[in-house]
Write a protein that binds this ligand. Structure first.
Ligand code: SF4
Ligand code: F3S
Length: 202
């Protein structure tokens, strides 16, 4: 058994939970925290600390939160550790009572919220034949992400690309052609005005 951070934490990150964990097994993404299931010792100390009840034991999760077992496990391997409380996200109070927040989950692993006009080097997406996806210097394993949930992946695109500028979709090999088409269609249907497909050499 392990404890799991659920959807309620997204866009809040009150971080009271991290102060009490005796084994420092919380990891921090831009707008969500996760618990490493292999490090959690099931002490239960964090559960009552969260002001919005975002933490549950994995065997007590509501049905619609069971996928967060896998989300915690996967993201704990890529997010940096956090062991000291910090200020909640500025929008925390606005989002604390919103139930359906999974589509806001931002997979960026830099540990900070990425605004559309900050830190973007270029509007570039790279799809490599080894299964790696790179969006403006953020690397994601396509297989992992598709296993978690496509909507998370979709949100990552929206958060990290500028709609009004040209987006270059660079594809290597044919292995992920289907994904390239999916991304292309998705961007076009979300008002990205200019998407250019380029082929990378193997
Ligand atoms: Fe840490 Fe205990 Fe919470 Fe597990 S249950 S995350 S060990 S405080
Ligand atoms: Fe998230 Fe609650 Fe901790 S909102 S950061 S699980 S205190």
């Amino acid at each position: 058994m392990a404890f799991v951070v659920t959807e309620a934490c997204i866009k809040c990150k009150y971080t009271d939970c991290v102060e009490v964990c005796p084994v420092d097994c919380f990891y921090e993404g831009p707008n969500f925290l996760v618990i490493h299931p292999d490090e959690c010792i099931d002490c239960g100390l964090c559960e009552p600390e969260c002001p919005i009840e975002a933490i549950s034991a994995d065997d007590e999760l509501a049905d619609d939160q069971i996928e967060f077992i896998e989300i915690n496990a996967k993201l704990a391997d890529v997010y940096p550790n956090i062991s000291e409380a910090k200020q909640p996200l500025p929008e925390a109070d606005e989002y604390k009572d919103i139930k359906d927040k999974k589509h806001y989950l931002n997979l960026d692993t830099s540990g900070t919220e990425v605004a559309n006009d900050i830190g973007i080097q270029s509007n570039e997406i790279f799809l490599y034949s080894n299964g790696e996806l790179e969006i403006n210097n953020i690397k994601i394993e396509i297989k992992d992400v598709s296993n978690i949930d496509e909507s998370i992946f979709r949100n990552t695109l929206i958060d990290n690309l500028v709609k009004e500028e040209v987006v270059h979709l660079n594809v290597q090999g044919k292995a992920f052609h289907e994904w390239a088409m999916k991304i292309m269609e998705f961007l076009q249907s979300n008002d990205f005005t200019d998407v250019k497909l380029r082929t990378l050499e193997d």
